[in-house]
Design a protein around this ligand. Structure first.
Ligand SMILES: Cc1cc2nc3c(=O)[nH]c(=O)nc-3n(C[C@H](O)[C@H](O)[C@H](O)COP(=O)(O)OP(=O)(O)OC[C@H]3O[C@@H](n4cnc5c(N)ncnc54)[C@H](O)[C@@H]3O)c2cc1C
Ligand code: SF4
Length: 342
């Protein structure tokens, strides 16, 4: 008999008034008992609507069935047939609008906590696995990937599993893209991202950093060097400003600059010299995940009053519901206005 509890097994979290002063991860992860309990809420539906909601079609009921039986390593094998970054996806994928939005349990009650289970399985594997990695037979074909963000890493992982010889060229000194420089430590610890990247390296993926492609080498030169295909996954890293009066004033940051100083350049750590403004009052313009990350980071840097200023209503905010909920708990204020003009 499935567990008919109407709500997801609660995720242990740091207390809001403690976590809004540190950069440690907010969600602490399921224990084995919690994971098994949540997995038994799955009905193992024949038509698997949740799988259709997943952009990479992870065989969700299959991996959850293994979790329900305590077979966590088997569950990991099932997930990684489809996903190269499960510990990342389990933490930051918008499950509520993807797999979980299609979950049959979600029609009348809360959906199965698919993301939480994925995260548990990935973390369990990282902590406990001693099994040697199965290295695929080389197929003799070379592929270059430009950009080591989630797109490039996923492409590289999928190809490496099929035996391709893959080299990633990354402009920054470190791989990960937004996972490293954008999404803050309190949502996605960088050690977790690094472990996922290390897993790809163990599969045989080569990563060359400090390589601004287009400057140091052209795509034509890659082809001349024996690559048969090139995947360009350079992201959308350039900030887009709104053209408002006052945008050039001291104290106005793009999210990109503010978050890069904090995440990649560790401005929040005393032992780092990275300069960052630590204001008392902060307004963050926007209502997506980036805005929530900016506001919650500002709070953690010591701001007393942080406002999210959004041009539409709360229901229209594009951020993940969990991020909005966490931001509110941490004392972020919300103002719904028309377009700010200066
Ligand atoms: C603050 C923030 C929070 C977010 N939160 C979420 C979330 O919770 N959930 C979610 O699903 N999405 C979230 N997103 C969106 C998500 O991070 C992006 O959709 C995702 O990172 C895009 O991946 P990508 O690999 O295409 O690009 P990127 O992550 O931008 O990676 C591109 C990489 O290419 C490199 N590069 C660029 N030009 C060159 C070049 N010429 N040569 C070599 N390398 C180059 C860059 O340095 C970078 O490493 C968030 C984004 C931000 C900024
Ligand atoms: S839709 Fe929900 S209940 Fe059905 S198999 Fe998928 S996760 Fe399980």
């Amino acid at each position: 008999m499935p567990n008919m509890c109407p709500t997801k097994t609660a995720m242990p979290e740091q207390e809001p008034n403690v976590r809004n002063k540190n950069f440690e991860e907010v969600a602490l992860g399921y224990t084995e008992e919690m994971a098994v309990n949540e997995a038994t809420r799955c009905l193992n539906c024949k038509n698997k609507p949740c799988v259709n909601g997943c952009p990479v079609n992870v065989p969700i009921p299959d991996f959850i069935a293994h979790v329900a039986k305590g077979e966590f390593e088997e569950a990991y094998k099932v997930i990684t047939m489809a996903s190269s970054l499960p510990a990342v996806c389990g933490r930051v994928c918008p499950q509520e609008s993807q797999c979980e939005s299609k979950c049959v349990r979600g029609i009348k009650t809360e959906s199965v906590g698919i993301g939480r289970l994925e995260r548990f399985v990935a973390d369990y594997h990282m902590k406990n696995s001693t099994a040697a990695l199965e290295i695929p037979e080389p197929n003799g074909h070379k592929v270059a990937v430009i950009g080591a963000g989630p797109a490039g890493l996923t492409c590289a992982g999928s190809l490496a599993k099929k035996g391709y010889d893959v080299t990633i060229y990354e402009a920054f000194h470190t791989a990960g893209g937004v996972l490293m420089y954008g999404i803050p430590e309190f949502r996605l610890p960088k050690a977790i991202v690094q472990k996922e990247i290390n897993g790809l390296k163990e599969l045989g993926v080569k990563i060359e950093t400090n390589m601004v492609m287009g400057k140091v080498m052209s795509v034509d030169e890659l082809f001349e060097n024996g690559f048969e295909a090139v995947f360009v996954g350079t992201g959308a890293g350039l900030p887009s400003f709104m053209g408002m009066e006052g945008e050039g004033l001291i104290g106005v940051y793009s999210a990109n600059e503010f978050l890069t100083r904090i995440n990649l350049m560790k401005a929040y750590k005393d032992e780092y010299d990275t300069p960052v403004i630590r204001p008392k009052n902060v307004a963050v313009v926007g209502g997506g995940n980036v805005a929530m990350d900016g506001a919650r980071s500002a709070k953690r840097l010591g701001a007393e009053n942080v406002y999210i200023v959004y041009r539409r209503s709360e229901a229209e905010m594009p951020a993940r519901l969990e991020e909005i909920h966490h931001a509110k708990e941490e004392g972020i204020n919300f103002k719904f206005l028309n377009n700010p003009i200066r």
